[in-house]
Ligand binder design. Structure first.
Ligand code: HEM
Length: 142
């Protein structure tokens, strides 16, 4: 009996089909990696004794942000054909600005300027929020 209900549950799950999430996209995968590193970075950004590790976390963010430039946001497909190019160019422009913040943050951490690093980290958080509002599918709907 138990096996029977298990089989029913399994076939129902299979019939429902795969759930498509943003992390199934190559861009979503990079973003997930940025997300983990950024969470940790934010927690320790003020602590100068952790600057070496903060630089390592930042390197992960930077590498994945750089790779993110190679992919179009999933939302690009939903744009009218005549607006799609601009949407993608805007996305790349914002990502480039984000990477410039990474460069500044790297310099601040290397110089042990943690008060400045804190501000730059907050600016990266703002860029994340704005970037998601403009280019991320789920955030658009809200
Ligand atoms: C600290 C910076 C950032 C972090 C930690 C971050 C993190 C994330 C996370 C966790 C997701 C969800 C991925 C998933 O659902 O699996 C995501 C998605 C996304 N993010 Fe970011 N993000 C950052 C900055 C940005 C910026 C600056 C932009 C745009 C210029 C951006 C554009 C997007 C887009 C378009 C998606 C949806 C993925 C897709 O369309 O395939 N993100 N991000």
């Amino acid at each position: 009996m138990k096996i029977r209900s298990l089989l029913i549950a399994l076939s129902l799950a299979l019939a429902a089909g795969p759930v498509v999430r943003a992390d199934d996209t190559p861009l979503g995968e990079r973003m997930e990696k940025m997300g983990g590193a950024f969470r940790a970075l934010r927690r320790q950004i003020a602590d100068a004794s952790k600057n070496a590790d903060s630089l390592a976390k930042l390197a992960t963010i930077r590498k994945n942000a750089e790779e993110s430039m190679k992919f179009d946001p999933a939302l690009a497909k939903d744009q009218p054909a005549d607006k799609r190019q601009k949407f993608i160019a805007d996305y790349q422009g914002e990502m480039k600005k984000f990477m410039e913040l990474c460069t500044k943050l790297e310099a601040a951490l290397k110089a042990n300027k943690n008060a400045e690093a804190e501000k730059l980290c907050a600016a990266m958080g703002d860029a994340q929020k704005a970037g998601h509002k403009q280019f991320k599918k789920d955030d658009k709907k809200k």
